[in-house]
Each structure stands twice: as C-alpha cells, then as structure tokens.
Design a protein around this ligand. Structure first.
Ligand SMILES: Nc1nc2c(ncn2[C@@H]2O[C@H](COP(=O)(O)OP(=O)(O)OP(=O)(O)O)[C@@H](O)[C@H]2O)c(=O)[nH]1
Ligand SMILES: Nc1nc2c(ncn2[C@@H]2O[C@H](COP(=O)(O)OP(=O)(O)OP(=O)(O)O)[C@@H](O)[C@H]2O)c(=O)[nH]1
Ligand SMILES: [Mg+2]
Ligand SMILES: [Mg+2]
Lengths: 273, 287
C-alpha cells in the first residue's frame, strides 16, 4: 500500500497522494494527512490501520438498511447520465421477485433513445411487470399510469426509472421534484426510498452530485455502481461525512445478479488493498 | 474571473516587484491543489508544477501585470500550450469508438454522424454491441434522427462478424465514414479487451476514438493508458462537459500520453458536440 516505510516528509506527501487517488477529495485528503501527522505513528503499518479504522468509523456512522415496509412501496431511482440506474433497477427487481414480491417497473425516462425498450428487457429478465410509453410522453403521465396500476392491482414494490440528468441543470432537478409530487398523490409520504445512483469511476464530482440531488429531493440512499472496476469509490466517504446519506447497495457488474448490499468492512478493506 | 485557489495564489504575490522563490512556491502550492481538485493525475501535477517552477523563477514581472498575475499568465500559457493542437477532424474510413460503460459512446456516434453529415460527408453507422439491452435500437433511432445510413445486425451474436459485414457494406456503398459502436467494457476485462483488439484488426480503422466522461476521477488516466496500450488511440472525446467537472483528464492525457482531444460533448442532443478549445479548457481546469 505504501511505497515508503519511514515516516518522513516524503511519506506524508505520498500519503496525501494515495488518499487523493482513492477519490475521497482533496480537502478530505489534506485534513486526514494532517490528522495522521499529529498522531506521530511509528510505522506505515500503523498509519494504514488507523486510516482503515477512520474510514470504517465514518461509513458506519451513516449506515442505513434498505427496508420496504409499505404496500406498495415506491422506490425512485435518480442520478446523472450513464451512472447505471436502468441496469440497477433490473438487478433489484430480480432480487425482489426471487423473494416472491410482486414487482412493477415504471419507465419514466421518456427522453433518451430506446430507454423504455432497454428497461422493458430488464423487466422481462427479472420477471417483473412493466409500464411504459413512447418516447416524448410526459414522464409524469407515465408515472401516474404506473402508480395507478400498482395501487389498484396489489403490487408489493414499484421501481421507477428516470432519465439521467446533470445536477447542474436546475430545470431537470425541478422535473424530478414534480415526479415526487405525483407519488405523493398516491402515498402522502412520497417514495419510501429515493436512491441516488453514483458511478464509482466518477471522482470528486460525485460529492457535488450528492449535494445537489439531496437538496432537491429527499435522497434516502445511494447505490454505488461499477465497483467491479479499478476505481475505489472514495467519494462516498466525504458524502457520508458531510451529508449523512447511507450507501445501500453496490453494483459489481453488468449481469442481473451483480447487486450486493453495502458492507462497510469489505468496502474499506478493498480500498486499502 | 479569478475564483478560489487561483485568486489566493495571485493575491499572495501582489505588491512584490519580482518573483521571489518563497512567494512562487506559495503560489504554486495553491495551483497544485487546484489541479488536484480538477482531477488531474498527481504524477502529471508533479511534473507540471516542476516545469512551472523553473519558468516562473526565470521570469520577470510582465509589463502591466503584478507578480501574481505574471505567475498566473505563465501557468495559463503553459497549460494552453500543452492542451493545444487538436484539430476537430477525423480521417476517412472506419471510426471505432471505445471506452468504459456509460461514458457516452453511442450518443457521441450520433453527434459525430450529425457533424460529418453537416460538413457534406457520406456517413454510415453500425453497432457491434450485442450485450447491452436495446443498444442497437438506441443507435438505430439516433441514426434515423440524424438521417444517416444504419446497418442493422440485430440478432447477430458475433461482434467481429458484424464489423466485417459492416465494413463490406460500407465499401460496397462507397461511404466516406463508417462509425462503429462498441459495448462499454472494463480495461481489466481481459476477454473483452482481447475482443476489442480482434475487432480493430478486422476493420483496420482510420481512427480509434476513446470516449471519456469528463467527471472521471483518479482512475481516468490509468484506464485510458490501458486502452491506449492495447489499441493505440488516435483521439479522445470528453463527454458531459456541460456539467461542472473541471476536466483535468484533458491535461493528464496530453501531458502523459499525447493523444489529441478532438471533440467535447456538451449535452444530450445531437447538436451538442463542439471542437476542443485549449484556452477554454485551461481556464476551466484552473477553476
Ligand atoms: N461494470 C459495470 N457496469 C455497469 C454497472 N452498472 C451499470 N453498468 C453499465 O453501465 C452502462 C450504463 O448503464 P445504464 O443502466 O444504462 O445507466 P443509466 O443511468 O440508466 O443511463 P441513462 O439512463 O442514460 O442516464 C451499461 O453499459 C451498464 O451495463 C456495474 O455495476 N458494473
Ligand atoms: N449531459 C450530457 N449527457 C451526455 C453526453 N453524452 C452522452 N450523454 C448521456 O449519457 C448517457 C449515456 O450515454 P450512452 O451513449 O448510452 O453511453 P455509452 O457509452 O454508449 O454506454 P454503454 O454502451 O452502456 O457503455 C445518456 O443518458 C446520454 O444521453 C453529454 O455530452 N452531456
Ligand atoms: Mg437509464
Ligand atoms: Mg452504448
């Protein structure tokens, strides 16, 4: 993990670089390096163990299980373009149908080419039912149609896909807020879960994404995708520290079973390999 | 115009007549952090700052500027120089688009087809992505919106065979550009990287374009290097630049690998493609 084992100035420079390379963000890397410096450890191994402990401590402080208690329970998936929302819905639907749940998938991405068809294919693979409409339809109208079916036909879970949107586009954040309002017409508390899907390959920008999405809607959890790649996904450490949003699932591949509940121990150990 | 760390760096030096070593080091520390915050690779930041230090210590305060502004001008000019020389052009023939999952390859093909068609070229597009659900339909719809030929290989299950037949068709029809889509893949997936190598050998492309998300973090450069090593990239398209990512990968790519950034994606629509402007990128990276 560390190239140098003697704790000199060069070691602390290397430490700062290593922390930055985990994508935890420059400010967090600097403050953690300062923290380690003040502790005056005797060996690189001690530093490594200390940091592992710190990360586990931070991430454990915002643990949150994915629990669906309502019937039907509405789960809304949001996030920027290409993060893995549609694929994650397929994976989660599969998990739930295997548990015997009656799942309805609603395709509210009516903007991107073939988005509805892509989700429809996942619904088929997951043995879930599907509601969608043609490209250009108002996403709110599709959502309404889907929720009506879910509430009238005794579904356990409704998984709602939305179009990818950059957190910098205010009108798209407002569109997302309108969708939450529509859910509230059926369940006054709104969606039981609003999951923000983040791509582990993205760096510090994930922190900005989490900030802006969670200030627009009540994000209840994060799905961190593409952890089967080489990116460490360190941005969630800063997100947890500053926004207290728990990671509920991780995506570890492109197949339907590649979704796992978030495990702090495993995640931090993998970070420090 | 000057915000955050760079303003700090410049203000610290105001009031001096020459660039003293102590002051320069302080300013460069701020600039180093600004580059790291822009997701520039740390090794690239190190070598870049080293070169900057030599230049700024040799430099004299520029007429009309204070020392802080002088340092900033030297940094900006150096950055623009490294980023420069990326003509937004594609050699005629087969253009292969590659990259990680979800970076914007399929959408970028639509945009490039639109760009080339507007310039009066004959274009055809095809997809070798047999993996992602509705990937071929996605490209087909984009092709229809742009108004270019789409070679449909729905139902095929061999990407190499698709590529072979697409090239054959393009040659028969005499199109100038065949834009070929590939499935997103991880650089560490040996089987899929091997498949991509075979695909390249089959079509002998005039361009191998790596499509990278501007928001990619610290793994961005190592991943690109892996693709470059295995395939030999001829260009990069940086997508989702309509967001607020600073795009430090642009500096990492030019400095460490030297592959030109040909285009920038600035939105989800087919017209949202721009040539790469080094001076704008330099300002953006510096924040
Ligand atoms: N390796 C890997 N790829 C993933 C994972 N999750 C999703 N992907 C891939 O990422 C790409 C984008 O996935 P989508 O589900 O279309 O992403 P999206 O957020 O719905 O995209 P938009 O709707 O266009 O915003 C696809 O190629 C997926 O197969 C993951 O956990 N690991
Ligand atoms: N805002 C913005 N979105 C973009 C840009 N380029 C692509 N996208 C979006 O990013 C998402 C992913 O684009 P795709 O073209 O499906 O990506 P891909 O690389 O083909 O994905 P895979 O085939 O799964 O690897 C879509 O929602 C696109 O609309 C861009 O420049 N800006
Ligand atoms: Mg989607
Ligand atoms: Mg694609």
């Amino acid at each position: 993990f560390f190239k140098r084992s003697k704790l000199g100035e060069e070691f602390y420079e290397e430490l700062e670089e290593i922390l930055i390379k985990l994508d935890i963000g420059v400010d967090t890397a600097i403050s953690l390096t300062e923290e380690v410096r003040e502790k005056n450890f005797k060996s690189a191994e001690e530093v490594k163990e200390y940091l592992k402990g710190r990360f586990k401590e931070i991430l454990s402080s915002c643990k949150g299980k994915f629990r669906l208690t309502r019937k039907p329970s509405v789960v809304l998936f949001v996030g920027i373009n290409g993060s893995g929302k549609t694929t994650t819905i397929g994976k989660l639907a599969y998990k739930l149908t295997k548990e015997g749940k009656k799942v309805l998938i609603v395709a509210c991405d009516t903007f991107r080419a073939a988005a509805t068809e892509q989700l429809n294919e996942w619904a088929n693979r997951a043995n879930a039912d599907f509601v969608g409409d043609k490209e250009g339809t108002d996403p709110g109208a599709v959502l309404y149609k889907g929720l009506k079916k879910a509430f009238e036909e005794n579904y356990d879970t409704v998984l709602v896909d939305t179009a990818g949107r950059l957190h910098t586009k205010e009108h798209l954040l407002r569109e997302m807020q309108k969708l939450v309002k529509i859910v509230k017409k059926f369940d006054e508390k709104g969606p039981e879960e609003i999951l923000l899907v983040l791509d582990a390959t993205i760096g510090q920008n994930s922190i900005k994404q989490a900030k802006l999405f969670s200030s627009a809607v009540d994000v209840s959890g994060i799905v961190l995708t593409k952890l089967d790649g080489t990116a460490k996904g360190g941005a969630i450490v800063a997100i947890c520290k500053t926004l207290k949003i728990p990671v509920k699932f991780i995506g570890i591949g492109e197949s339907i079973e590649d979704l796992e509940p978030f495990d702090v121990e495993k995640f931090v150990n993998a970070m420090f390999e | 115009l000057l915000t955050g760390r760079i303003k700090n760096a410049v203000d610290k030096l105001t009031g001096a007549k020459r660039l003293s070593e102590k002051q320069v080091n302080k300013a460069l520390r701020e600039i180093r952090l600004a580059l790291l915050e822009a997701d520039v690779d740390p090794a690239v930041v190190k070598s870049f700052i080293k070169r900057l230090r030599e230049k700024t210590l040799k430099a004299e305060v520029i007429k009309g500027l204070n020392p802080g502004e002088t340092v900033l001008k030297i940094v900006y000019d150096e950055l623009t120089d490294i980023l420069g020389k990326n003509p937004p052009e594609l050699k005629k023939g087969v253009v292969l688009l590659v990259g990680l999952q979800g970076t914007g390859k399929t959408t970028t093909i639509g945009k490039l087809a639109n760009w080339l068609k507007k310039k009066g070229h004959s274009v055809a597009v095809s997809s070798t992505d047999i993996r992602r659900p509705a990937a071929m339909l996605q490209l087909k719809k984009l092709a229809q919106s742009v108004g270019v030929k789409y070679y449909d290989f729905e139902g095929y299950n061999d990407p190499i065979q698709i590529a072979r037949e697409a090239v054959k068709k393009a040659n028969e029809e005499g199109v100038e550009y065949l834009l070929l889509d590939t499935a997103g893949r991880l650089h560490i997936d040996e089987e899929l990287m091997e498949e991509l190598k075979k695909l390249k050998q089959e079509v002998n492309p005039s361009e191998v374009i790596y499509v990278a998300d501007a928001m990619q973090g610290q793994e961005a450069l190592p991943i690109l290097k892996e693709f470059h090593e295995k395939l030999g990239l001829t260009g990069v398209v940086l997508t989702k630049m309509d967001g607020d990512a600073r795009g430090g990968l642009a500096l990492s790519v030019k400095e460490a690998v030297g592959v030109p950034i040909k285009f920038v994606g600035v939105g989800e629509k087919l017209e949202d493609l721009e040539p790469f402007y080094p001076d704008r990128m330099a300002q953006r990276i510096l924040g």
